[in-house]
Write a protein that binds this ligand. Structure first.
Ligand code: PSV
Ligand code: MN
Length: 451
């Protein structure tokens, strides 16, 4: 274990659970109980009231809470520090300096909500240098690595070839080979830490008409992806992410779900489409895309975030909770459709902005996701089906509104409690003074890797 890998450690003012490698800021079970205690009576009242209302609607509240308590969303390692824009960055202080500290931060989130037990890594920002130490840390914190994400959108120091004009789609075979090798390295790092998903997002594209031959760029990409796919372990999934614009503004090589879908089809069964909510033009009906991909057996994963215009990477569900609910409505509907095979969908967050404390932001994101999921579980499917078949537009919409307008927060809170977490994770984080402890431990100016 290198000290760089695990940071300097330091004073653990909260000081309860200690790791042999460092002194993570963590909460003990007793502290979590103390944080929950003053809220319990009111929580119980709200839960009872909701349970009896839902019971009258024929719903099994215990089953819903169980589903919520089991639901897991992966945290991106690159969202644990404040994100920057090209205009500036305003770090929160106490940001994780190493992969070990990132793991500790996710451990803390998972303690608070019991719903964040895995991490997405971005290579080369998160190259593991002490595999055994990191594995132990993951075990101690009850976490896994769900995915590795390649990065051929930035040039790295000492890299022989530049990605200025593309990576997997580049015209120069040597550049493509370098980009392919980077993806193979990512899979290797992922294997060391037990990941099962490799995510490819390409910044490749062009800024000006004529700059790139559109069909040939697609074919070169397909060929490069096929080489990576051949090296994919048999129990892994390869996710192909699309994005309509940025950083290229005239064309992106993989701009839409159709392109991702055709690439996956040509690669094989282990290739699946990744839907990043911020990767659609304004007003795109994302829930319909989700339904289509699920129907076609190619929905492999999500990057949740909030978007008003483009890849805004804001808190998911903050401005468009109804959209998030409609997405989960498609997922729940498909999961209850006996004619569709079950799907392994990787739920991940991909958000990072420069105004909120990143830990609070991630807790809010997971909370919004669980709220949307809970509401989707309340939809009266039989009534909706009947209304749709009868073309009763108003009734169908009312069925959705009945579910969406139900305040499900007591169910989500009960899910947290049953998973051993805090009834109100954001409030608990603040009351426990976690950010201040992280600043004391890591410094005011510590910076996390990422964009
Ligand atoms: C690109 O905008 C993206 O959504 C991809 O998932 C990248 O891996 C990630 O953001 C980088 O922040
Ligand atoms: Mn993404």
């Amino acid at each position: 274990m290198s000290s760089e890998e695990f940071g300097a450690g330091g004073r653990n003012t909260f000081g309860l659970l200690s790791s042999p490698y460092s002194h993570p800021v963590m909460l003990s079970e007793e502290q979590l109980r103390d944080l929950n205690y003053p809220l319990l009576a009111e929580h119980g009242r709200q839960l009872d009231f909701l349970a009896s209302t839902l019971h009258q609607r024929g719903l099994d509240v215990h089953a819903v809470v169980l589903r919520l308590a089991e639901f897991q969303v992966a945290i991106p390692s690159w969202a644990l520090g404040t994100g920057g824009t090209r205009f500036g960055r305003f770090p929160a202080g106490g940001e994780p300096r190493t992969l070990a500290e990132k793991i500790q931060d996710v451990g803390l989130l998972n303690q608070l909500n019991g719903s964040s037990n895995s991490i997405s890594l971005h290579i080369p920002w998160d190259i593991p240098t002490d595999v055994a130490g990191l594995q132990q840390l993951l075990r101690e914190q009850g976490l896994t690595i769900d995915s590795v994400n390649s990065n051929t959108f930035q040039d790295q120091r000492d890299q022989p070839h530049s990605y200025k004009f593309g990576s997997l789609s580049a015209t120069d075979p040597a550049i493509r080979a370098q980009a392919v090798q980077h993806n193979l390295d990512c899979i290797g790092y992922g294997q060391q830490l037990g990941a099962r998903v490799h995510t490819v997002w390409l910044a490749d594209g062009s800024n000006f008409p004529g700059q790139s031959h559109l069909r040939r760029a697609y074919l070169r990409t397909q060929e490069s992806l096929a080489t990576i796919y051949e090296a994919l372990p048999s129990d892994w999934t390869m996710l192909v992410e699309y994005k309509p614009y940025e950083p290229n503004f005239y064309s992106m090589v993989i701009p839409d779900w159709g392109t991702s879908y055709t690439l996956c089809q040509s690669l094989g069964k282990q290739a699946q489409v990744l839907v990043d909510l911020g990767h659609h033009l304004p007003n795109t009906n994302i829930e319909q895309i989700v339904g289509r991909l699920r129907q076609l057996g190619r929905l492999g994963g999500f990057h949740f975030n909030g978007s008003g215009y483009g890849d805004d990477d804001l808190t998911t569900g903050s401005a468009k909770p109804f959209q998030l609910f409609l997405i989960f409505n498609e997922l729940v509907d498909a999961s209850q459709d006996a004619s569709l095979p079950a799907a392994q969908v990787a739920y991940m967050i991909d958000a990072s902005h420069n105004t909120k404390d990143p830990l609070e932001d991630l807790l809010q994101s997971v909370d919004n996701i669980l709220v949307a999921y809970a509401k989707a579980l309340l939809v009266d499917r039989a009534a909706l089906h009947e209304a749709q078949e009868a073309n009763d537009v108003v009734r169908a919409e009312e069925v959705l509104r009945d579910a969406f307008l139900t305040d499900v927060r007591p169910l989500v809170a009960e899910g947290y409690r049953q998973a051993g977490g805090a009834l109100r994770p954001v409030q608990a984080l603040r009351t426990a003074g976690i950010r201040q402890q992280l600043i004391e431990q890591r410094g005011k100016c510590s910076l996390s890797t990422g964009l």
